[in-house]
Design a protein around this ligand. Sequence first.
Ligand code: PDD
Length: 290
Amino acid sequence: MDYKKEIVFLNGQYIGREKAWISPDDRGFVFSDGVYEVLSSYNGKVFEAWRHIQRLDGSLSGLNISGFDPADILEISERLIDANNLASLDSIIYIQVTRGAAPRSHAVDQAVMTPTVYACVKRFLRPLRKQKEGVGVILLDDERWARCNIKSVSLLPNILAKQKAADSGHEEAVLVRDGVITEGSASSFAAVFSGTLTTHPESNRILGSITRSVVIDLCKSAGIEVEERPIKKEELAYAEEMMIMSTTKEILPVTAYDSVIVSDGRPGKVTMRLQALLNDYIDDNCSKKA
Ligand code: PDD
């Protein structure tokens, strides 16, 4: 996409990126006081919009940010896809809602705040090679706050962990809190034990990942056992398979963690089956004709 011709959404308007300016008093800039969503679209069709709307609703109410209807993200996404000539391609939509701009003060009168809403879209090149070959991860301490279920733009522990992973040649940092695997720095995590997909239960310790929810639903309809329970770090030694999941990664097999090879070092059967089921589900819901 030609960056100079890119159309973005800012506070109700679709405008050229070079015209999109926000106040230096914006609380998103000053305090990270905001939330976001990352959605995908396939063939121009937004994937599982209702799940993202529900999650954004939860994030906004979790931070008591009002004045934006989360249901609007579907129309914003669709209009951005069209405006940027991505209707026949796959794309990733980023939407951020902050509490708005006000002179710096930790507490504000919520009644006078107008949220700042920004959204943009870029072409999504699905990571097909990594999906086929698998990736390596490192384990790091989970240093995040106690409300990880809120998709806050305040991502310092996440980006520091991801940077450590990237600097050491790994795809992702998988986080460990109190001896338990929570999730990746920007993805959810699952392991397979005796054929059962096992993943941390939804709680304030993980983000309610859309991909993870879709995968759990796909397991249930395909007869793959699912167990939502904390996985102890030591248990990883016995895992048959591991995977990380997100909107931008879909499902990536994890073939090594901290230089320990998982099983035979190749993507596992359950992981590959889930990738196929997810592809079919995407085709069914977002085909050119759908
Ligand atoms: N991140 N956990 C964390 C901490 C995440 O940041 C993400 C996604 C996920 C996966 O959620 P989903 O399946 O809804 O994408 C789990 C996005 C992609 C990001 O921050 O760019």
